[in-house]
Each structure stands twice: as C-alpha cells, then as structure tokens.
Design a protein around this ligand. Structure first.
Ligand SMILES: O=C(O)CCC(=O)C(=O)O
Length: 297
C-alpha cells in the first residue's frame, strides 16, 4: 500500500482530475509528478533554504520570531512532547509568500542572496498548481471550479512557507521530528531533501511516503475536510528523523486569512441528506481551539 502518485502531464485532464479527487477522498495525501513547476526551481528552493540553515546561529537570529509575537512568522527552535512522551524538536522558519500584501520581508533570509528571488518565483508557480488542484477538487464535489478557493477566502487566501530542519538522530524511540497531526489549513504542498521521514497514517498503519526529488506531496487539511462536508480526508501524518542525515522539508500551507469564516460549502448543503456535519468557524478561532485541543463541534 503506497501513497498515490498522480502524473499531471497526462493529456487526459478528466482522468487526472479524477485521480486527484479519489486520492483526496481515500487518503488525503498524494504525490504529484510532472506538475509544471520546473525541477530546477525546486532544486534551487532546497538549495537556498539549506544554505540558510547552515549559516551561523547569529545570522539566523536576524530573522528570529520576536518573543512577543502572536504570529508564526520567523525562525525558531521548537521543543514539544508527542503522545507517547517522545521529545520532538525541530528548527523552523515560517514566512508568508503570498499574497504580496501579507509578505513581510523582514522574516525572509537576506542570505543566501538569491533566497528572495527563488522564493518569489516558487510562490508564483505554486499558486498556479494549487489553484488547478483546488479547481479539480471543487468539481469533484459537483461544484463550480472556484467553489473551494472562494470558500477559503478567494483573493485573501494566504500561502505560508515553512522550512523544517531536523538534525540526525540515532534513537528513533526517543525523538520524533513532527508528532502525528492533521494540518489545520486547506491544503499543503510539501517538498523535502533526500532524507525520507514523512509518514502517512492509513488503515491503522504508518506508511512511508516515498517521494522523488521533484515530486510534490499534497496534503489535504482540516479546512478542506470541513468545507467538503467530510468528503475529502484530512490526512494524519508525522515526520521521523533520520539516523545519519539531516532532513529538511518545505511545506507551504494554503489557508484562509485569520478573520475569514469558513464552513461546509453552502452549495453542498442541499436537502436533509446533506446536513452540514461541521460548525462554521472564523479561522483564527478554529486554529486556537485545535492548538489548545479544545472540542471543535
Ligand atoms: O517534515 C515533514 O515531512 C512534515 C512536516 C509537517 O507535517 C509540518 O511541518 O506540519
């Protein structure tokens, strides 16, 4: 049993769209290949991010998350415990890459010099890919192709880049990179370096996600699970650390702006058989309740 792979270069768009919909219904996680984002751009994205994390700590502190900030943007080291009491630690950097009005360059590394150019280019390409996939997912619900994008906030939808830096760890029983979770946002697009570690939970098993150098992992998050009234799965996943290699991953979270209210899409709620399964939420309240593990429905 492997995480589905969808080849987007197949000229039969209907077939591609159906494969994306099926993977989102059954898994909530899949890999796309030949997706139109140039492999060279993905290679450079990984190169500039890796170079940033290899800089001395003082350089990285230049984009540190301010102590008093209530937002996620900036560089920091995070320690936490997972449910089995394992330590989880990861250095990470968050910064928005879209829309331009929400980009704070103060959290974008100044070094390496081409960091900004590469990330801006990636944002433009990724937005196109993301919108295509959201359109297919809307049609998979029997709706207009704009339905999910609009429900997520249309022009105000944000793209949040995160870089996770997991140092090598010899003892997997003691330390985990990212504890199991589902993503809180609409949909996530993830690339990583050659050290594998991402695992998806399916039918009571943890399954290694085997991605290729220029493949992109797509993860359906809680917002799309709820907006699709439960039709699309929000994939439970986690990241383990490699015994010898440093693992780095670059998820981009596509999400509503904090004040946007989202709910099961109104066009889906037709008649008694299709009652909404989830409450509407202003995104910031939803995020807060999920983070604090408070009941949601
Ligand atoms: O590193 C990975 O592959 C997964 C990261 C992740 O799930 C997260 O940052 O939320």
């Amino acid at each position: 049993m492997d995480v589905p792979i969808v080849d987007l270069s197949n000229p039969n768009e209907d077939l591609v769209a159906r494969a994306v919909v099926k993977a989102s219904e059954e898994w909530g996680i899949f890999q796309v290949v030949n997706h139109g984002i140039p492999p060279e751009l993905i290679r450079r994205l990984k190169e500039v991010g890796t170079k940033f994390f290899e800089l001395p700590e003082t350089e990285k502190e230049a984009v540190a998350k301010p102590e008093d900030s209530v937002d996620v943007e900036g560089y920091r080291t995070k320690y936490q415990k997972d449910l089995e009491g394992r330590n989880a630690w990861v250095d990470h950097l968050f910064h928005r890459i879209w829309p331009p009005s929400r980009v704070s360059y103060r959290f974008w590394p100044k070094l390496p010099m081409d960091y900004r150019e590469v990330n801006e280019d990636y944002a433009k390409h990724l937005k196109k890919l993301s919108e295509k996939i959201m359109e297919w997912l809307s049609e998979g619900l029997g709706l207009r192709r704009e339905a999910l994008i609009e429900g997520l906030g249309g022009e105000t939808v944000e793209y949040l880049m995160k870089i996770n830096y997991y140092p090598p760890c010899p003892d997997q029983d003691l330390v985990i990179g990212a504890p199991d979770h589902t993503d809180v946002n609409g949909i996530t697009f993830l690339v990583a370096n050659e050290a594998l570690g991402l695992q998806a939970f399916k039918d009571n098993h943890w399954i290694d996600v085997k991605y290729t150098t220029s493949g992109i992992i797509v993860i359906v998050g809680d917002q799309f699970h709820r907006m699709s009234n439960g039709k699309y799965m929000s994939a439970k996943h986690r990241a383990t650390m490699d015994k010898e290699k440093t693992r780095i991953s670059w998820p981009v979270f596509v999400e509503s702006s904090l004040d946007h209210e989202f709910a099961p899409l109104r066009e889906l709620i037709t008649g008694e058989d299709n009652a909404p399964k989830f409450k509407p939420y202003v995104y910031k309240d939803f995020k807060f309740r999920k983070l604090k593990k408070l009941p949601l429905d």
